[in-house]
Design a protein around this ligand. Structure first.
Ligand SMILES: NC(=O)c1ccc[n+]([C@@H]2O[C@H](COP(=O)([O-])OP(=O)(O)OC[C@H]3O[C@@H](n4cnc5c(N)ncnc54)[C@H](O)[C@@H]3O)[C@@H](O)[C@H]2O)c1
Length: 265
């Protein structure tokens, strides 16, 4: 590959924080940013599963460290930001990926349901942006994960959808506030990606995976795409790499939609 192209996508010398690093898109993004040359601090509240990401990073000699933190707790993220700055000397990138999926019809939604989804999906991103801003100097890239569910309504996903719509608006506000420091803030709104989040919705009562139900769900979601595709975690990680790298320098306040064309914007 032409060296100039490689340089534009390289994260050599950069430091990035990734939330939700234990599994799914967060795991893949942690590994991808590190493969591009960044030193990555992966954080998640699930310490046990994060050990698997740690082992994968170690197997490739990637420069990754990991910390347990709950994104719904502002103090957790501020602490991660300060410790990352102290240990690595800089913070250039921050990906707010951690999220949760909960189903309920509007009439059945309880305050606990709403508060749980808001705390992680919406406030978790707000605290992540604030923490990133508190340690980034001049320049940097923050990427927030919204969802096609923030633009396309799905029955039983009212709380989830409203938090993801809020992430897009929060992204625009943050882009305005941080622009003069050269910090770019963008969101990606993924379409359907087969991750543990989705697989967990196909578990039987005994904890085993209902493959037939999963296959039916995947087929239905692929049929919504003009390409007949559902997404892979790598599709999301590569979009985030683009936004984190110099190649994405002209993007801020934008929502990129790696979604197979299920929604055009
Ligand atoms: N999978 C999809 O189809 C899809 C589509 C659109 C958007 N998204 C969004 O993408 C993001 C990643 O989704 P995924 O499918 O990889 O999910 P996943 O469930 O596979 O992984 C989510 C990770 O976030 C972590 N997490 C959850 N709550 C946390 C908290 N309070 N503090 C710290 N870590 C926490 C989990 O432990 C887990 O490791 C989410 O924000 C999700 O809403 C997913």
């Amino acid at each position: 590959m032409d060296r100039r192209i490689e340089d534009l996508f390289s994260l050599d010398g950069r430091v990035a924080v990734v939330t939700g690093a234990a599994m799914g898109m967060g795991r893949e993004t942690t590994l991808t940013l590190a493969r591009a040359g960044a030193r990555v601090v992966g954080i998640d509240r699930n310490a046990d599963v994060m050990e698997e990401t740690k082992a994968l990073a170690a197997a490739e000699n990637l420069q990754c460290t990991f910390a347990v933190a709950d994104v719904s707790r502002r103090e957790d993220l501020m602490g991660v930001a300060q410790r990352t700055l102290a240990s690595h000397g800089r913070v250039d990138g921050w990906a707010n990926i951690a999220g949760i999926l909960r189903y309920s019809l509007i009439e059945d939604i309880t305050p606990d349901h709403v508060n749980e989804v808001l705390a992680v999906n919406q406030l978790g991103v707000l605290w992540g942006i604030a923490a990133a801003g508190s340690v980034m100097g001049k320049g940097g890239s923050i990427v927030n994960i919204a969802s096609s569910g923030g633009e396309m309504p799905y029955p039983s996903l009212a709380a989830y959808g409203m938090t993801k719509a809020a992430v897009m608006q929060l992204t625009r506000t943050a882009a305005l506030e941080f622009g003069e420091r050269g910090i770019r803030v963008n969101a990606i709104a993924p379409g359907f990606v087969d991750t543990p989040m989705v697989r967990n919705t196909h578990l039987r009562e005994d904890g085993t995976l209902d493959e037939a139900k999963r296959h039916e769900h995947l087929t239905a979601r692929a049929a919504q795409s003009p390409l007949g595709l559902t997404g892979e975690v790598q599709d999301m990680a590569m979009t985030i790499l683009y936004l984190m790298s110099e190649a994405g320098r002209f993007y801020t306040g934008q929502v990129l939609r790696p979604n197979g064309g299920v929604f055009f914007g």
